[in-house]
Design a protein around this ligand. Sequence first.
Ligand SMILES: Cc1cc2nc3c(=O)[nH]c(=O)nc-3n(C[C@H](O)[C@H](O)[C@H](O)COP(=O)(O)OP(=O)(O)OC[C@H]3O[C@@H](n4cnc5c(N)ncnc54)[C@H](O)[C@@H]3O)c2cc1C
Length: 381
Amino acid sequence: MTYESPWMTDDLRHLREMTGTFLAKEAEPHHERWSEQHAVDREFWNKTGELGLLCISCPQEYGGGGGTFAHEAVVIEELARIVEDGFAYGVHSTIVAHYVNGYASHEQKQRWLPKLASGEYVGAIAMTEPGTGSDLQAIRTTARRDGDHYVINGAKTFISNGTHCDLLIIVARTGDAPGGKGLSLIVAETKDLAGFERGRVLSKIGQHSQDTRELAFTDMRVPVTNLIGTSEGLGFVQLMQQLPQERLAIAVGAVAAAERAVEVTIAYAKERTAFGKDLMSFQNTRFVLAECATETLALRTFVDHCIGEHVAGRLDAATASMAKYLATDKQCQIIDRCLQVFGGYGYMTEYPIARMYAGARVQKIYGGTNEIMKELISRSL
Ligand SMILES: Cc1cc2nc3c(=O)[nH]c(=O)nc-3n(C[C@H](O)[C@H](O)[C@H](O)COP(=O)(O)OP(=O)(O)OC[C@H]3O[C@@H](n4cnc5c(N)ncnc54)[C@H](O)[C@@H]3O)c2cc1C
């Protein structure tokens, strides 16, 4: 059956085609090498920037594409289609750039956004610490004022783009106010920055081409003009305002991955034979795929609804949490069921379904765990 997202336009169709062609040439053939080196090639960021895919929904005035979240969604979907789940495009473009675009001053935007848009800078955000992840109000990294600088001390972990990041948004405690009230977002430009240390590249069960790392700050001095926002102590509110977009972006990737899983599994089931018949001729295979296709389409219509709402500026935090929780739970279930159809081949990493399986698991964890999503949803009931 054919279904097209109601938010699709000619402009977005063109973007999809261009992105798909670009990724087939510049990303897909390199995935294995990128996985071995635990990072995409640094130049790939520049190439993506040259094509105009980075910061695609930021204003053109600052080097962005002048698009909407729908443009971001198209790129995220195309990355899911080729199973390139290590290129943390969303962290850079959909999250980091939007903290800058949403809260930074005109001068700061002029300084940072064009570099993020061109790929000269790779963006990362450091919220999580070894001692706290879900409970952001317990963050311990400190940024103490010393003249015209903040002196930052602390440790962060699980930071996507940890190897390549040139611009890092740090969530740090700028005052003695307890909980969220003491938190601020501060930008560190990492090149030659004394006191900034990239720690271990973390060994993960999936998303091997992603440079997820520990980071440490020891008396690291950052100009006070790098504070994002009009005053200290706004960090927690800024995070709460931006996290719905991050969560929707994860849901978009999840539904695209589920769609791809169903697609490759149908193709495999029609081609593979057992007991003299193709797998599709077994009623179980047909029923599994019928169920997976139905659930995927239902999920797609919900996520499309959320994309439409978000583009219109109406998506609330609880609905974004619903999308993140449901889409990632379903992604894992659907990919698991599809993998079963592949038999032993589904367990072999050379088959995309195996990579999809391993890569999917973290979707229920990052961007706020699905348990936290249910907490947030329940508060709106
Ligand atoms: C591959 C990867 C990439 C990541 N990238 C980034 C990044 O770029 N930047 C960044 O800052 N972070 C990043 N993270 C961190 C991620 O956001 C955290 O792992 C996540 O928020 C959970 O925090 P935690 O791991 O400390 O788990 P914990 O907070 O310790 O949670 C452990 C368990 O307890 C449950 N739990 C905790 N609190 C509650 C509650 N109130 N109610 C019910 N259950 C609860 C959780 O749901 C979970 O099941 C990344 C993580 C991974 C694995």
